[in-house]
Design a protein around this ligand. Structure first.
Ligand code: AMP
Length: 142
C-alpha cells in the first residue's frame, strides 16, 4: 500500500504560499516554478495543486491537465534559452530518486554536449533563478 500524503512537504508549502518560489506559471490546477538546485539552466518543476505523493497514487484526472502544462513549459523553456532539446523526468518513491513527496515533473532545457548536473546538487543563486524565471514567463507570453 502507498504511503500517506504528507501535507507538510515542501511543495505543499510552496503551493500554499508559505515559502517562496520563482513561479513561471499558475492556473486552477497546476503551478510551475524554478528548481532551486537545477540540473541545467532553466530547470523548471511542474506541480499539480491536487495532493498526491507521486504518479502511483495520483488521481488519473490530475494527469491530463498536468501534462498539458508540462508540454507548454517544455516549449517555453526551449524557446526561452534557445535550447537544442528538453529532458522531462518524473520520479516515484526513494528508490527512483524522489526526494519531495508531492507529484511533480522536471522540465530541463538541454544543449548539445552539455551533461545534466547531479540531481538535488548545488543551490542556484536567487538572482539567477529570478532572471531565468523572467525569460520563461516572457516565452510563455509571446
Ligand atoms: P525529486 O527528487 O524528483 O523529488 O525532485 C525534487 C526536486 O525539488 C529537486 O530537483 C530539488 O532540487 C527541488 N527542490 C527542493 N526544494 C525546493 C524548493 N524549495 N524550491 C524549488 N525546488 C526545490
Amino acid at each position: 500500500m502507498a504511503e500517506a500524503y504528507d501535507p507538510g512537504n515542501i511543495f505543499a508549502k510552496i503551493l500554499r504560499g508559505e515559502i517562496p518560489s520563482h513561479r513561471v506559471y499558475e492556473d486552477d490546477a497546476v503551478v510551475a516554478f524554478m528548481d532551486v538546485m537545477p540540473q541545467g539552466m532553466g530547470h523548471t518543476l511542474v506541480v499539480p495543486k491536487a495532493p498526491s505523493r507521486n504518479m502511483l497514487d495520483a488521481d488519473p484526472a490530475t494527469l491530463g491537465p498536468l501534462f498539458a502544462i508540462v508540454q507548454k513549459i517544455a516549449v517555453a523553456v526551449k524557446k526561452a534559452f534557445d535550447a537544442d532539446g528538453v529532458t522531462i523526468m518524473q520520479f516515484n518513491e526513494p528508490a527512483s530518486g524522489q526526494t519531495v513527496y508531492h507529484l511533480h515533473v522536471h522540465v530541463v532545457p538541454r544543449f548539445e554536449g552539455v551533461p545534466l548536473k547531479p540531481h538535488s546538487g548545488q543551490m542556484e543563486k536567487p538572482e539567477v533563478l529570478a532572471e531565468n524565471a523572467g525569460k520563461i514567463r516572457e516565452a510563455l507570453a509571446g
